[in-house]
Design a protein around this ligand. Structure first.
Ligand SMILES: [Zn+2]
Length: 295
């Protein structure tokens, strides 16, 4: 990163600042509330999030494509909009469903890097507090000079399909018993993504799968995951929940899933999630849900 970049960004008139505190940021009228850098006292370490490639949904001309955005991590939400009913501080889950694509993407990036800074304040080699460098994307130990970079933890999430083209969904022991989703789990050190799919499915359901095929990914910074979506074929349909992470397993034909979701008997992941995309990839299109709030 260019030396002096942060100073230049901070004094440039077009630079916008995103605020985050405890994983929440201010929004106004369903778009991210970015403030002018000039109105902020840069007492805390800022992180350069980059420049936008599309315009924001805010007031016309205020956030054109190419706007530089800097993240400021606050200890507590700022009270500067107290009394302004149009401003709310929201978290990542709401951001993913409520904000336009540019803002949702900024939010995911901001939440991920803020999580990393919050949990990596000291050198893992010697315990010394680290310094922030490179626009907030490196932390360096002043004693042993080691550099530390933001980490991402890969996790796989997969549809499992049997020889009759049925889909396997599981219900987590921690969820309402109506909620069913694709199986998922973290990739272990030294493991390929394909091996992780085969192992996780076997552990959670007893089903042995083959031919895992990559379909797409979604960053999931709770706190630092990257969900890698797969589809795999089952050798057999005999499924047994592990009883720890998964409490129930069901095979669905498309007709059965249509009816179960339509009647509210089964609730599947929301439209903003990779789980929903994977399920609809198998289904062949959007799945209709009953009107009204979901449990
Ligand atoms: Zn150190």
């Amino acid at each position: 990163m260019t030396p002096g970049l942060m100073e230049r960004l901070w004094s440039a008139p077009g630079t916008k600042v995103m605020l985050i505190a405890h994983g929440r940021s201010p929004v106004r009228d369903s778009s991210l509330l970015l403030v002018d850098a000039a109105s902020i006292d840069p007492t805390r370490t800022p992180v350069y999030l980059g420049h936008t490639t599309v315009a924001g949904a805010g007031p016309a001309g205020s956030e054109p494509a190419g706007t530089d955005v800097v993240l400021l991590m606050l200890k507590e939400p700022s009270n500067q909009w107290e009394g302004d009913e149009s401003v709310r501080w929201i978290g990542l889950r709401e951001a993913a469903t409520e904000l336009p694509a540019r803002d949702a993407a900024l939010f995911v990036e901001a939440a991920a890097i803020a999580n990393w800074h919050a949990t990596h304040t000291h050198c893992p080699r010697c315990g010394t507090p680290t310094d922030v460098e490179s626009g907030g994307w490196v932390r360096r130990c002043p004693v042993d000079n080691s550099e530390h970079f933001p980490r991402t933890d890969p996790a796989i999430i997969a549809t499992v399909i049997d020889e009759n083209d049925r889909l396997l969904l599981g219900s987590s022991a921690q969820w309402s018993n109506k909620r069913f989703s694709t199986l998922a789990g973290f990739v272990e050190p030294g493991e390929s993504l394909e091996a992780a799919v085969i192992r996780e499915i076997a552990e959670e359901s007893g089903v042995r799968v083959h031919s895992p095929r990559y379909l797409g990914s979604q960053p999931w910074p709770f706190p630092a995951s990257l969900m890698l979506g797969f589809t795999a074929r089952a050798h057999s349909a005999e499924a047994v929940p592990d009883g720890v992470e998964i409490s129930d397993l069901r095979w669905f034909t498309r007709q059965e899933l249509t009816e179960a979701v339509g009647s509210g008997e089964v609730v599947i992941a929301s439209g903003a999630s990779i789980a929903r995309s994977l399920i609809e990839h198998w289904y062949g299109g959007p799945i209709a849900e009953p009107a009204g709030p979901q449990p």
